[in-house]
Design a protein around this ligand. Structure first.
Ligand code: UFG
Length: 329
C-alpha cells in the first residue's frame, strides 16, 4: 500500500502517520500547514499542498504510486464553525469534492474519511449507534454529514470504496510525548484544562451547568488518538481486502462530564484549578457517547486506552514537555 494522508501534519493525522510508518507502510503526508505542523511529521515524506490544488494532488498521486487515501484535511472546531460557516463549507465540502474528483480521475478508489460524532446532533438514545438519526446541531457536523452522503452516492455511481470513521472526542498523545494536540485557537476541553495546569489559562470556563446530565455539564466520550489511528489502519486493510463502503463510530462507550474531566486532571496533577460557570456554547449537544460495537465486530478494533486518567496522563506528558506546542520544536 502507498498511502496519501491529507492533513497528515494535524493532530489525529500525525499520530496515524506515525503508526502507519511503524508498520512499514509507504506514507506521503500532504498538508497545507494552515492548521498542521511540519514538526509533527519531521521524519515523514512530506508534500506541502492544498486539497484545492488539483495539479499538485494529481502529481503527488502519480509520483508516489498512491493506492489509498486517508483524508484528515478539514477544519474541525465546532465553536468556530458556528461563526465562520463559509470557511467550513468551503474547506470541508468543496475541498473534499475536489479531492474526490482528483482521486477518481487517477483511478484511486480507496478512501478512509474523518467523520465525527457531531453528525448525530442531539441523539435520541445513548449510546449512539451508526443507524440513529443524523441531525447535526452545528456547521462542522453538517459539513461532514454532507460529505458522507456524497461519498455514498459516489460509491454507488463510481465504485468509490470508503470507510467513514465518526470520531467522538479525540484526546491524549503519543507515548513518546513529542507529538500532541496543538490547535490555534485551542478550544478543546482537555488541552485547555492542561494549559490551566501549566498556568497558561487564567480561569477555566465550564460552558453550561444546566444540561440534563449527571452534574449538569456536558458529557462526552473521550477516545485516545492512538486508538483512533489504529482504526484507520484496520480500515485501510479492510478496503485493500475488498471491504465495501461503510461507516463506523469510534469511542470508548463511557461518558465523562466536563466537571469529571477537570477533576481527573486535578487528581493527576495535584492542583486545584480556577474555574467558573459560563453560558452554554452554541451548538453543543448535552451528551455524546458511542456504541462502537460495529467496528469491534467487523474490523476487530479494540481501544487500548479506556481509563480517562491514563488518557489525560498521555496528554499531560505532551503539554508539560511542550508548553508552547510545536512552536519551539
Ligand atoms: N468545554 C468547556 N469549556 C471549555 C472547552 C470545552 O466547558 O473551555 C466543554 C464543551 O462545551 C463540551 C466539552 O467541554 O461540552 C467538550 O468540548 P470540546 O471542545 O473539547 O469538544 P467537542 O465535544 O465540542 O467537539 C469534539 C471535536 C469535534 C467532534 C466532537 C464530537 O472537537 O470535532 O467532539 O463529539 F465533532
Amino acid at each position: 500500500m502507498s498511502i496519501l494522508v491529507t492533513g497528515g501534519a494535524g493532530y489525529i493525522g500525525s499520530h496515524t502517520v506515525r503508526l502507519l510508518e511503524k508498520l512499514g507502510h509507504k506514507v506521503v503526508v500532504y498538508d497545507n500547514l494552515v492548521t498542521g505542523h511540519k514538526a509533527a511529521v519531521k521524519r515523514s515524506l512530506f508534500v506541502e499542498g492544498d486539497i484545492f490544488d488539483s495539479e499538485r494532488l494529481a502529481d503527488t498521486i502519480k509520483r508516489y504510486h498512491i493506492t489509498s487515501v486517508v483524508h484528515f484535511a478539514a477544519y474541525s472546531l465546532v465553536g468556530v464553525s458556528m461563526v465562520k460557516p463559509k470557511e467550513y463549507y468551503h474547506n470541508n465540502v468543496v475541498g473534499t469534492l475536489n479531492l474526490l474528483d482528483v482521486m477518481l480521475e487517477n483511478g484511486i478508489k480507496q478512501l478512509v474519511f474523518s467523520s465525527t460524532a457531531a453528525v448525530y446532533g442531539e441523539p435520541e438514545n445513548s449510546p449512539i449507534t451508526e443507524s440513529m438519526m443524523k441531525s447535526p446541531t452545528n456547521v462542522y457536523g453538517r459539513t461532514k454529514l454532507i460529505m458522507e452522503n456524497v461519498m455514498a452516492e459516489y460509491s454507488r455511481s463510481y465504485g468509490l470504496n470508503y470507510i467513514a470513521l465518526r470520531y467522538f472526542n479525540a484526546c491524549g498523545a503519543e507515548g513518546a510525548g513529542d507529538i500532541g494536540e496543538d490547535h490555534c485557537p485551542e478550544t478543546h476541553l482537555i488541552p485547555l484544562v492542561l494549559k490551566a495546569c501549566l498556568g497558561k489559562t487564567q480561569c477555566l470556563k465550564i460552558f453550561g451547568d444546566d444540561y440534563p446530565t449527571k452534574d449538569g455539564t456536558c458529557v462526552r466520550d473521550y477516545i485516545h488518538v492512538n486508538d483512533l489511528g489504529q482504526a484507520h489502519i484496520l480500515a485501510l486493510n479492510a478496503l485493500a481486502n475488498g471491504h465495501g463502503s461503510d461507516v463506523y463510530n469510534l469511542g470508548n462507550g463511557n461518558g465523562f462530564s466536563v466537571k469529571e474531566v477537570i477533576a481527573a486532571a486535578e487528581t493527576l496533577t495535584g492542583l486545584t484549578l480556577p474555574k467558573e460557570i459560563a453560558p452554554r456554547r452554541v451548538g453543543d449537544p448535552a451528551r455524546l457517547v458511542a456504541s462502537s460495537d460495529k467496528i469491534r465486530q467487523d474490523l476487530g478494533w479494540q481501544p487500548e486506552y479506556t481509563d480517562i486518567k491514563k488518557i489525560i496522563a498521555t496528554a499531560w506528558r505532551w503539554h508539560k514537555n511542550n508548553p508552547d506546542g510545536f512552536e519551539y520544536q
